[in-house]
Design a protein around this ligand. Sequence first.
Ligand SMILES: Nc1nc2c(ncn2[C@@H]2O[C@H](COP(=O)(O)OP(=O)(O)O)[C@@H](O)[C@H]2O)c(=O)[nH]1
Ligand SMILES: [Mg+2]
Length: 362
Amino acid sequence: MALTCGLVGLPSCGKTTIYNAITAAGAGSYDGSEMNRAVISVPDSRIQPLVDMYSAPKIVPATLEVVDIPGLKEGSTAGDGRGNKLLAHIKDVDAVVHVVRCFEDPSVPFEYETIDPARDVETIDLELMVADSQTLQNKINRLTKIARAGDKEAAREIVDCQKVLSALNDGIPARKQGLNEHELASVYDCNLVSLKPVLYVANIKAVTDEENEHVWALAQVAASENAEMISVCGQDEAEISQLDPEDQEEFLRELGLEESSMERVIRAAYRMLGLVNFFTAGEKEVHVWTCRRGDKAPIAAGKIHSDMQHGFIRMEVIRYEDLIKLGSEAAVAKAGKQRIEGKDYEVQDGDIVVIRFSPPKK
Ligand SMILES: Nc1nc2c(ncn2[C@@H]2O[C@H](COP(=O)(O)OP(=O)(O)O)[C@@H](O)[C@H]2O)c(=O)[nH]1
Ligand SMILES: [Mg+2]
């Protein structure tokens, strides 16, 4: 159950190009109507030392799913069903990666005459908000009947939904409305697309463009909502992603990049979604698991198996750094650095865990 990042943006902003750069999928860029989907392994420099230490023959890395969602543009959510189908795909993602065209190239046709990141972001946001308005209105209509029958909870939810709806009508995406916990709970089942966290990607021609006016404009947009922006040389990096790993490193260095766009997107997605990696390690395999920062031990255990969550007894934890420093599990235990944690423990990035649980009775 990998988390999903959905690439959105105006036609010809470079979504498929960036998708290829991130996933090395080599998807065709010609016909914009296809939805592309790939699962990428999340690199983690701690895997190899663990594999060496346990002589594990198998590695299971954490994964992230990337979806290239085409077709969103001015007016696409109004009227016919096509826009709604698109939005269904956006509803499925955990995070939105909004690709914005920041390169000038008259030979690549675009929706508009000019390059204007703020306008492009607003255009896409408007489509998301139109869809969310419909979703909220439907919920309000449904709840109104229940509220009329005397349901107080429904009446309260209507108030929250109406507040969000009216801010949407004022042009404020749900993620920028500063919703409090109980307002969020009231709209939770609507799965609003304008509420999803956004990472902005400036698609640029060359690293030297990183400071061009368009990138700067997009950086302002991102800053205004405390979102992150990264710039990616879509075309170059899509080509590099097709090379052997060693060649990739060399070409990236030539471009002045330390990390590939895949690594940068993953890092940003991890920060945005508040994800941490924890491990199970043994002589059979080293397995990387992902949970949200703040998840308690039983929830994290549930990522491994639902029985481990429901029958959770305790979690035995050692820290990756301690294991590497001291050289073996036994040495870590001897140094008194193995911990026994209970139900309230919040799993930390770099924890190596063993779950003790009682299996369900047959
Ligand atoms: N010059 C230039 N062209 C690009 C760049 N990124 C993408 N393109 C081209 O722009 C066109 C549209 O890109 P595509 O990825 O298909 O856009 P999509 O419609 O958003 O999926 C393609 O012809 C790409 O080759 C770039 O950084 N520089
Ligand atoms: Mg495309």
